[in-house]
Design a protein around this ligand. Sequence first.
Ligand code: WT7
Length: 655
Amino acid sequence: MSDGTGVDTERETGGTEAIDPPASFVEQANVSDPAVREAFAENWPDCWERAADLLDWETPYDTVLDDSNEPFYEWFTGGRLNAAYNCVDRHVEGGGKNRAAIRWVGKRDETRTYTYQDLHREVNEFAAALRDLGVGEDDVVTLYMPMIPELPVAMLACARIGAPHSVVFAGFAADALATRMERADSEYLVTCDGYYRRGTAFNLKSKADNALLDVNHDVRETVVVDRLGDELGHHLPSHQRDYSDLLDAHAGERVDPVPRDAEDMLFLMYTSGTTGEPKGVKHTIGGYLAQAAWTSHAVLDLEPEDTHWCSADIGWITGHSYVVYGPLALGATTTMYEGTPDYPDRDRVWEIVDTNAVDVFYTAPTAIRAFMKWGKEYPERHDLSSLRLLGTVGEPINPRAWKWYHEHVGGGECPIVDTWWQTETGGMMISTLPGVDPMKPGSAGPPLPGVDVDVVDAAGDSVDAGEAGYLTVEKPWPGMLRTLYRNDERFVEECWQRTDDGGYRYAAGDGATVDGDGYVTVLGRIDDVVNVSGRRLGTMEIESAIVEVDGVAEAAVVGADDGPDTAVFAYVSTESGHDATAALRERIGDHVAAAIGPFARPDRVVFAPDLPKTRSGKIMRRLLTAIADGDDLGDTSALRNPEVVGEIEAAVRNE
Ligand code: WT7
């Protein structure tokens, strides 16, 4: 059912039942003061100093929040710090040198552990190598790498010398990599020959090489990590560098961490927006790192003794904040896994939790629903008693999956944090505090201390409890994006709305409801963006790829309900003289996989004689979503070509 906000309100959403966190958890929690939200609210924005205090500052900041140029807010201005120093050096200096920083799990029986001392050595050597290759402060280094320890090493090496990184998910295709390098004017690439999935070697290097042929500017240096040995017959041309040769050449070298302004760029992360063009989200050092560290402390409850496992790929923001920066800033142990959860068997995840005695496990609802489908016998095969806290992120979690996770993974004893946030927010924004708040399965919870969230109607007025509206953030927060890279205009236009008092509010692009206790239930995207398996895809990006296929006239892509998941539906009309054949359908899927990545392949390609259009020629997407969902189509009187609707419905049902 749709209620005008474009939000589906009939999904299985948050219930009213509240579950208190167990006393044993509260007793040991990092944050357990029930008055923490009031304390932050009374002292806003200075309350955020509590986050900044988790970091070591080379020069103290003089202003917490500078809002003199809205919405280009700045945090902790005047302060100087280095992210690599905060994530590595200070733990080595502070007595933690022998603690595990990274526990990496690769193929079966293949593991590597980096102590903080090991990480320090390799980050220094690689930082020295990058500098030697010519990388200077503010040069954007693109990292196109799978889940191997060299990826966080490269990120931290960049941070050490003041070079922003731009990590491109290894599942992206060559085109997507080339576009991202071009948009960022990135002249340095660190990549890898390949990686293992389900015991099989996958080639990454050939995609990287294809991208390099496409980049319009000069790429000065390419560094390649050798992950596969001789497996795919990897030959390095003389102008490309081998990662381990570089480390050897700089063995034992030290590079002083460069003190950087709090507002200098730490990294760029490209994400999907409402146009075909990916958005370069810019995050800066001080505010981002403070929020990543604070939320890892307050929400994930991490201590240096903890082993944390966030199962997200580092190619997405979740991996940046909760595999790398948050846990390492706190000096904890972070777990990385290269493979898939069902290989060699469906208990792989639980085996890793068991053997590494994981304390905190953070994953996506799609993964939890897959675990649920596979059955409780898989977690039951292992001792999961090391787990203290569970988390979810990326999309709404339905109460049934929540309860399964709680019972069969958490043994009924671990609190669950359902954390809402985005690439743009940098860190968690809405979540229960596990040592403070009761949990309501299906509802993310109240905004975090210091975060001011509202749900508003089209006029910008707060909606009543239980009513659907637009999720907004009413005040700036330290981890917020600072701009869209080289596109301040799009930043102001897409991310912010003017308020009645002349200020700005951040528009998240999600629909939500709030209950009487202030708990927010996120319903899903309201713009032309779909979240599939915790990955964000712009429908326009997919459409642009589809129309490149020979024989395609037009395409419209929508997200549809597939049980609790989202399925990507592509409606395609063909050019005259081209038949709607299975072969064409195959070519469309293949091309999307090749242009964006296999994860973007549409679940359904529906051929239509024409797409439903309004008299002004706009495709009526709402209608296409309703057809995919099997919903009532509502008012179609604005259509110029109502006759196609029946044909499209028949095509959806008969294919
Ligand atoms: C979108 C952000 C940073 C998280 C990973 C994805 C959806 C995220 C939740 C949640 C319901 C959620 C929203 C949001 N989302 N967390 N706990 N409950 N929905 O980052 O690719 O920037 O996507 O993910 O729709 O806007 P992203």
